[in-house]
Design a protein around this ligand. Structure first.
Ligand code: UN1
Length: 493
């Protein structure tokens, strides 16, 4: 059976626990291999390797560091199809989306390689004559990255590439659901000749590895994408230890459809945003906030078209919707659907685990639409992370914005309208890190900051130039060339 190992200090190794966990194909339950289960000792070895390697790495000029990133970009490009296939087999997203995700990592690698020739600081006028002032970015040290299974290579690229180009070493814990993709990515770092110890991979389910990373005195920051429950636990402990964290967590994203909107375009975007990736994106559309005048029409269009969403194994190019990641996720989605029914929402489509057409051995959930949902219902407030959409009707833009903003998350919001004035007003008032006008809630591009307000994050951003702030400290430098004592705030006034 294929074994997926740790990569520490440039060597592939079995964890000190000697334990393994099976990796399953979510489309059919087939065992794909097994992944090593790391311990605190493995984390410590990875951190020590990172710490040693980072000393020299921080002295390598950033444009030279960036050359490794260019090589990563080209190798990813060469292997795009191969990695997309692994993604589909292991995580379940359809092959077209698998290719899209690898493309996201390629884009990020080129973008961050370019940063190697910028990493801009500031020069600022000093208050005093014959004195020079500037601020420069310095690496934080060893970055601990904890990444999820839903975008196993894209999110790993959002974090590892800026960390490395800014001069840090990385200890990376991917989700144990997706060790095959993690292996592919780590192997690329190995093949481009990244100096050993700079990128360390530690696999492990449960909390042991994550806790060991948060607790380790030589891990200088934790960048995490995943659930609010885990993010909040990380932040609590890291807060006590005064350790920097960058957190990207849940969403309860809505598309607002005003009465003057292009309804067909809105429906296209809602179907893709709600059911693409089986709803397992933090940017997924899980609510539609529709003006009452077009509610019935939107409902009809959505229901009429739901049959287009062919479920199945994502390797089949015809298939539009793959499985959800595992059995517990499938059961959790079903539990939410029962909650919605109990709360009095009206089921328009789906609402069940798929148990026919040979799909019963996989984790398939029928694309589900609820209407007559009210903002107080749990299905309208809590992140389900599956193909479940709730339609809420409103009477005005003001009410739509209020409903959009009423949830505890603030990742992505979208509005469809033909009125430019309303669009700008919505852009200002929708409380989220991402806002889309006449486009759905998914599809963020890597050269813009990615993250959210309120319960979605803690003020930091992945990707875009903002990512550099996560992985660097500012150092303010003053150079006095007057040759005499100049007392700031005193001698100049
Ligand atoms: C995520 O779901 O965590 O904007 C990331 C999007 C993708 C990234 C999603 N580019 O939907």
């Amino acid at each position: 059976m294929k074994e997926f190992l740790n990569y520490i200090d440039g060597e592939w190794s079995v964890s000190s626990s000697g334990k393994f966990v099976e990796v399953l194909n979510p489309a059919n339950g087939e065992v794909l291999g097994k992944v090593t289960q790391s311990t605190k000792e493995d984390v410590d070895r990875a951190v020590q390797a990172g710490k040693r390697a980072q000393k020299e790495w921080s002295l390598v000029p950033a444009p030279e560091r960036a050359e490794y990133l260019y090589k990563v970009a080209f190798l990813l490009k060469e292997r795009k199809e191969e990695i997309a296939q692994v993604l589909t087999i292991e995580m379940g997203k359809v092959i077209e989306e698998g290719r899209g995700e690898v493309q996201e990592a390629i884009d990020m690698a080129f973008y961050m390689a370019g940063e190697g020739r910028r990493l801009l600081g500031d020069t600022i006028p000093s208050e005093l004559r014959n004195k020079f002032a500037m601020s420069v970015r310095i690496p934080v040290g060893v970055a601990g990255l904890i990444t999820p299974w839903n975008f196993p290579i894209a999110i790993a690229s959002w974090k590892s590439l800026p960390a490395l180009v800014t001069g840090n070493a990385v200890v990376w814990k991917p989700s144990t659901e997706t060790p095959m993709v993690a292996y592919e990515f780590a192997k690329i770092y190995e093949e481009v000749g990244l100096p050993k110890g700079l990128l360390n991979l530690v696999n492990g389910a449960g909390r042991e590895v994550g806790n060991a990373m948060v607790e380790h005195p030589d891990i200088d920051l934790i960048s995490f994408t995943g659930s609010n429950e885990v993010g909040s636990a990380i932040n609590g402990r890291a807060g006590e230890l005064l350790k920097r964290t960058s957190l990207e967590m849940g969403g309860k994203n809505a598309v607002t459809v005003l009465a003057d909107a292009d309804l067909d375009l809105a429906v296209d975007s809602i179907l893709w945003g709600a059911f693409g990736t089986s709803g397992q994106r933090c940017t997924a559309t899980s609510r539609v906030i529709v003006h009452e005048d077009v509610k019935v029409e939107i409902e009809k269009k959505l229901v009429d078209r739901i049959g287009e969403l062919i479920l199945g194994n994502g390797l089949d190019e015809k298939v539009k919707i793959g499985p959800v990641i595992n059995r517990p996720a499938l059961e959790n989605i079903d539990r939410y659907v029962r909650i919605g029914q109990k709360e009095g929402a009206k089921l328009l489509a789906g609402g069940h685990i798929v148990t026919e057409n040979g799909l019963e051995s996989g984790n398939f959930y029928a694309p589900t639409i609820f209407t007559d949902v009210t903002p107080e219902m749990r299905i309208a407030k809590e992140e389900i992370f599956g193909p479940v959409l709730s339609i809420i009707s409103v009477k005005s833009l003001e009410e739509a914005i209020e409903v959009n903003n009423s949830v505890e998350f603030g990742l992505s919001s979208s509005i469809f309208t033909a009125d430019v004035n309303l669009a700008f007003r919505a852009m200002r008032d929708l409380d989220s890190g991402l806002v889309y006008i006449n486009a759905g809630t998914t599809g963020a591009e890597i050269h813009l900051p990615f993250g959210g307000t309120k319960g979605t994050g803690n003020g930091h951003r992945d990707s875009g130039v903002a990512a550099l702030d996560v992985y660097t400290e500012w150092k303010s430098v003053y150079i006095d060339y007057s040759g005499k004592l100049q007392r700031a705030q005193i001698d100049n006034y």
